[in-house]
Write a protein that binds this ligand. Structure first.
Ligand code: SAM
Length: 235
């Protein structure tokens, strides 16, 4: 039996939230936040969703051999792990922002690496254990910088321009301030021409904000259990 009863408390925005590890339909874990009634990933399959939204429609659509990725919400590290596992010959600089890092008691239980390939386990642990706010080579051609910070007041000033953005915040109806137009504009200002923006969200209001921020957006088919998602390119 998987550890579905493990609960961790962490302070968030003046309230106390809990995170609970649960199994999704493809056998991979995700976290559930009871106070938000929100999962980190689709209950139809965490790995399946991340592969579709961020890897198939994001990473595998980039053409440059050296790319710079910015992720909103490091969370479980699943998107970073899938990127490392699917980058092929590309060289990747991966930046990921997170306000509420997981605890070792949480990330040590996650079954992603075990399901994908046991060989990834060491790299997955290293991704979580490496220090915040400085770059680390996880494997040749994959450099990770985890930023322990709040996206809603973050400055991108000293960062390189991005080729790919994984926007993986909690849903707009749960954490609306993460989907603000000025955040999208900041990201757009730090994205290379034809740089890609992907998110699991397909909301019209989010799409319009992204268009006003300088991205050419389209709705494309979503992962199982979700009709559509958003794909964009910097104009
Ligand atoms: C939908 S989860 C996805 C996380 C991750 N991409 C994954 O696959 O596990 C959203 C993440 O955003 C983080 N988050 C929430 N508020 C934030 C903020 N203001 N700034 C940065 N990260 C935040 C949460 O802690 C959570 O890890």
């Amino acid at each position: 039996m998987e550890p579905s009863n493990k609960i961790t408390k962490f302070a968030a925005l003046s309230i106390v939230m809990e995170r609970k590890i649960i199994l999704t339909s493809d056998g991979s874990h995700t976290l559930f936040v009871p106070e938000l009634e929100e999962h980190f990933h689709s209950v139809h399959g965490a790995i399946q969703e991340s592969m579709h939204v961020f890897i198939t429609n994001g990473l595998l659509n980039t053409s440059k051999p050296d790319i710079c990725i910015f992720e909103v919400g490091f969370g479980t590290g699943l998107n970073a792990l899938l990127t490392l596992a699917n980058k092929g010959a590309k060289s990747v600089r991966y930046f990921s922002i997170e306000k509420y890092p997981l605890l070792p008691s949480e990330f040590e239980q996650l079954n992603f690496a075990k399901l994908l390939s046991g060989e990834l386990q060491g790299q997955f642990q290293l991704m979580h254990q490496c220090e915040w706010n400085s770059p680390h080579i996880i494997t040749p051609g994959f450099e990770l910088t985890k930023l322990e910070a709040d996206l809603t007041n973050f400055s991108f000033q000293d960062f390189p321009d991005f080729d790919l953005i994984y926007f993986d915040a909690f849903a707009p109806n749960k954490q609306g301030d993460m989907w603000a137009e000025d955040i999208f504009r900041n990201l757009s200002d730090h994205t290379n021409p034809r740089g890609i923006f992907v998110t699991y969200c397909a909301q019209g209001e989010v799409r319009r904000k992204l268009i006003r921020s300088g991205f050419e957006m389209q709705r494309i088919p979503g992962p199982p259990g979700k009709k559509q998602m958003l794909y964009g390119e910097k104009a």
